[in-house]
Write a protein that binds this ligand. Structure first.
Ligand code: SF4
Length: 187
């Protein structure tokens, strides 16, 4: 994957960030694209989003050893503003170019549970009409796994415009993982 030229994102990113976790993980979590810290570290979900994700997994009593985390797009996309690199959303061409990597991960892992974190992951695998806001909070029947869930990306919780909205978004995100945890216990 480090030699992939499937789209142009490899040109400016530090490295491709592949998924991470046990090859026997029962749960696969799929985010959007590596962030600034993930790009530098070469690992997914190591920044503030990763901390919130760990908190949500804890709330659902889901051990990290049972989880594999990855992204729909493997190279960081950003706009340089001075010294800062500001995250950009991947477009549909980049998502489609990177999809074979994601599909290969799912094929190899064959998870019982897939959790789609945000619209990019959900639309990459379930089509552009999929709406996370409509489909979160209940189990989905898809070809991806025995049970599929969709929720928002943890970065969107952290980006909520004020403290009250952030508190609500956090509670909803945690509740989504408690539901995933309920299904995990049935495995
Ligand atoms: S983002 Fe995906 S498709 Fe594009 S170069 Fe990187 S690995 Fe290849």
């Amino acid at each position: 994957m480090q030699t992939c030229h499937g789209c142009t994102l490899y040109k400016h990113a530090t490295q491709a960030v592949f998924g991470e976790g046990s090859a026997h993980a029962k749960i696969v979590l799929i985010g959007e694209v590596p962030g600034d810290q993930e790009d530098l570290a070469g690992k997914p979900f190591v920044g503030p989003s990763g901390q919130l994700l760990d908190e949500a997994l804890g709330a659902g009593a889901i051990p990290r050893t049972e989880v594999y985390v990855t992204n729909a797009v493997k190279h960081f996309k950003f706009t340089q503003r001075g010294k800062r690199r500001i995250h950009d959303k991947p477009d549909r061409y980049e998502i489609a170019a990177c999809k074979p990597w994601l599909e290969s991960e799912l094929e190899l892992l064959d998870p019982a549970i897939v959790v789609l974190l945000g619209a990019t992951a959900a639309q990459s695998l379930l089509g552009s009409a999929f709406r996370v806001t409509k489909e979160r909070g209940h189990v989905l029947d898809t070809p991806l796994a025995k049970w599929t869930f969709a929720t928002v990306h943890p970065a969107s919780v952290l980006r909520a415009p004020d403290d009250e909205m952030r508190r609500i978004a956090r509670e909803e995100f945690i509740a989504d993982f408690e539901l995933v945890g309920d299904y995990f216990k049935k495995l």
